[in-house]
Design a binder for this molecule. Structure first.
Ligand SMILES: Cc1ncc(C[n+]2csc(CCOP(=O)(O)OP(=O)(O)O)c2C)c(N)n1
Ligand SMILES: [Mg+2]
Length: 319
C-alpha cells in the first residue's frame, strides 16, 4: 500500500469516529430521533474490508451502518443529513440511522431486523452469479445474528448454490446486553460455518491492515469460484449498544482494556513507526476531519425536511 492509500484509510477511520461522537451529542440535544447505534471501536473492520473490495462488489450490513456508509463513499454530509432526517440525506431523510443505502455506492443497507439482511445478501449474490458479474457480496452482521434463523437459512443456501458471498461476523462480544457465551452454544462463532461446510477463520479486527489483507485474500478465493467464505472478526464496541444503554452487563475495566487496543491508535502508531507519516501530518488530517464534520453538521442543520408527499415516493421502482 502506498502512503496515499494508508492516509486515506486513516482519514476514513477518524472521520467515522468524529461523525459519531458528534452524532451522539446531536442525539442528546434531541436533533436525531429513533435509535442510534454507534460503530465507535469497530472502525477498522469496515474500513479494512471495504478498502479491499472492487467496485462491482456489493456491501450490506445491519443497523450499525454509519461507518460502513462512509467507507463505501457516501459523504459525511449525506450521512449527517440522514441522521437528522433531512431531505438531503442519503436515504432522502426517510431512513434515518439504521437505513442508509445507496445503489450508486453499491451499498444495500442498513437493516434493523437482526439477521434479516442475510437472505437478501444471498439473493444479491445469486443475481450476480446468474448474470456472471464477477462480483462478491460482502455481508456484515453481529455475533448475536448468528443465533437467528435467517442466518442459518442464508448461510446454508449460500453453500448449496456456491454463492459469491463473504460472510463477515463482527464479533463485538455482545448482542445488546448479552455476552456471546450466554446466548450462543458455540463460543467460537466461526465454527458455526463448519456446520455448513463453509471455509472459515477468525481474525483480529482492531488492526485495519490485518482486516484488509484478510479481506483481499478471501475476496480472491470467492471470485475465483471458491464459493462462500465465513470470516469472524474479533472487535469491540466502546459505546453502549444504542444511546439508551445503561451498560450494567460489563465493567469499566473491560472497556478500558480494549481501548488500549484502539484501532485508530494502533494504526497511528504503525504509520509513525514505519515512517509512513509524521505525527504532524496525522494531526493535520485530524484537523481536516474536524472541519469536514463541522461542515456536514451545518449542511444537515440547514437542509429542509422531506415534504409530506415524499411519503409516497420511492416506494416502488419506476421504469
Ligand atoms: C429479529 C430481531 N430480534 C431482536 C431485535 C432487537 N435487537 C436489536 S439489536 C440486537 C442485538 C444484536 O446483536 P449483534 O448481532 O451482536 O449486533 P451488535 O449490536 O453487537 O452490532 C437485538 C436483539 C431485532 N432488532 N430484531
Ligand atoms: Mg454483537
Amino acid at each position: 500500500m502506498d502512503k496515499k492509500d494508508c492516509l486515506d484509510l486513516y482519514y476514513q477511520m477518524v472521520l467515522i469516529r468524529r461523525v459519531e461522537e458528534r452524532a451522539a451529542e446531536l442525539y442528546q440535544q434531541g436533533k436525531i430521533g429513533g435509535f442510534l447505534h454507534l460503530y465507535i471501536g469497530q472502525e477498522a473492520v469496515s474500513t479494512g474490508l471495504i478498502s479491499a473490495k472492487q467496485p462491482q462488489d456489493r456491501v450490506i450490513t445491519a443497523y450499525r451502518d454509519h461507518g460502513v456508509a462512509i467507507n463505501v463513499g457516501i459523504s459525511s454530509k449525506e450521512v449527517m443529513a440522514e441522521l437528522l432526517g433531512k431531505a438531503t440525506g442519503v436515504s432522502k431523510g426517510k431512513g434515518g440511522s439504521m437505513h442508509m443505502a445507496s445503489v450508486e455506492a453499491n451499498f444495500w443497507g442498513g437493516h434493523a431486523v437482526v439477521g434479516a439482511h442475510m437472505p437478501i445478501a444471498a439473493g444479491l449474490a445469486l443475481g450476480d452469479q446468474y448474470q456472471k458479474n464477477n462480483a462478491v457480496t460482502i455481508c456484515m452482521f453481529g455475533d448475536g445474528a448468528t443465533n437467528i434463523g435467517y442466518f442459518h437459512e442464508a448461510v446454508n443456501l449460500s453453500k448449496v448454490w456456491n454463492l459469491p458471498v463473504l460472510w463477515v461476523c463482527e464479533n463485538n462480544q455482545y448482542g445488546m446486553g448479552t455476552a456471546v457465551e450466554r446466548a450462543s452454544a458455540v463460543k467460537e462463532i466461526r465454527r458455526k460455518a463448519d456446520g455448513y461446510d463453509i471455509p472459515n477463520d477468525s481474525i483480529d479486527g482492531m488492526d485495519v491492515l490485518n482486516v484488509r489483507r484478510a479481506a483481499e485474500e478471501r475476496l480472491k478465493f470467492i471470485r475465483d469460484g471458491g464459493g462462500p467464505y465465513f470470516l469472524e472478526v474479533i472487535t469491540y464496541r466502546y459505546r453502549g449498544h444504542s444511546m439508551g444503554d445503561p451498560e450494567r452487563y460489563r465493567q469499566a475495566e473491560e472497556i478500558k482494556k480494549w481501548q488500549e487496543n484502539d484501532p485508530i491508535g494502533i494504526f497511528r502508531r504503525r504509520l509513525v513507526e514505519d515512517a509512513v507519516a509524521k505525527p504532524e501530518e496525522l494531526d493535520d488530517l485530524e484537523t481536516q476531519v474536524e472541519a469536514e464534520v463541522r461542515e456536514a453538521i451545518e449542511f444537515a442543520e440547514n437542509s429542509p425536511e422531506p415534504p409530506p408527499e415524499a411519503l409516497f415516493e420511492n416506494v416502488y421502482v419506476e421504469n
